[in-house]
Design a protein around this ligand. Structure first.
Ligand code: DX5
Ligand code: ZN
Length: 219
């Protein structure tokens, strides 16, 4: 299966966001990764539904929304309304994860669960059958351009094993510090979707950067 590439617009030039999005869409991106930060769950503030609503009409590409916010339930209807295709919530931010995941599902959007580097993978096992996506943070969330944490790959392998044993079909995505070198290890561990911020947007030729990541095959 070909690896999907999800450029994170957190690393884009916001003064020309429309052109940045068109550039990666034309360059072969599979998803646009939308990082929403509230300054509480993570120590940074990014953007919210206003930006998602503004970029939604530019393309019909899948909008992969990563909520790094406290109390995500309160904001899910707004993100659905703004045009999200996938909404992922952190296991660490949800007191009633099952309720939140089903809230997303019932709104007609694909639910995803996200897990931080220091959280044991067992925390997400009970919800695997209810999600379309499992997102492994390979950095501590909050900022782009951080170094990849390789220990997370053991958790990815465990999730891929559970997926097979339980006959499930959720996608496995990684987010943070993904570049040509780390992407190869991710793909070998069972990753289907690579989020890439700086490794795509910091390159002049985004199409080449996307293709380069996608062409990494299992060795
Ligand atoms: C981190 C965000 C990431 C980030 C990735 O909190 O969730 O999506 O933008 O950026 P890079 O690829 O530069 O590590
Ligand atoms: Zn993200």
């Amino acid at each position: 299966m070909t690896t999907k590439i999800a450029p994170s617009i957190l690393a884009a030039d916001f003064a020309v966001l429309k052109e940045e999005i068109q550039d990666v869409v034309n360059g072969g991106a599979d998803y646009i990764h939308v990082d929403v930060m509230d300054g509480h769950f993570v120590p940074n503030i990014s953007f919210g539904t206003v930006v998602l609503s503004a970029i939604r009409p530019l393309t019909d590409i899948t909008m992969d929304v990563h909520l790094m916010i406290e109390k995500p339930d309160q904001y899910i209807p707004e993100f659905v309304q703004a045009g999200a295709d996938i909404i992922s919530v952190h296991v660490e931010a949800c007191t009633h994860l099952h309720r939140t995941i089903h809230m997303i599902k019932e709104a007609g959007v694909k639910p995803g669960v996200v897990i931080n580097p220091a959280t044991p993978v067992e925390m997400i096992k009970p919800i695997l059958k209810d999600v379309d996506l499992v997102l492994f943070m390979t950095v501590n969330p909050g900022f782009g351009g951080q170094a990849f944490i390789p220990e997370v790959l053991d958790k990815v392998k465990q999730a891929a094993k559970w997926r097979e044993e339980l006959g499930l079909s959720f996608e496995i995505e990684v987010d943070g510090g993904v570049n040509e070198e780390t992407a190869k290890q991710c793909i070998e561990a069972g990753v289907d979707v690579l989020v890439a911020g700086s490794s795509v947007f910091n390159e002049k030729d985004r199409s080449a950067a996307i293709q380069q990541l996608r062409n990494l095959t299992k060795s």
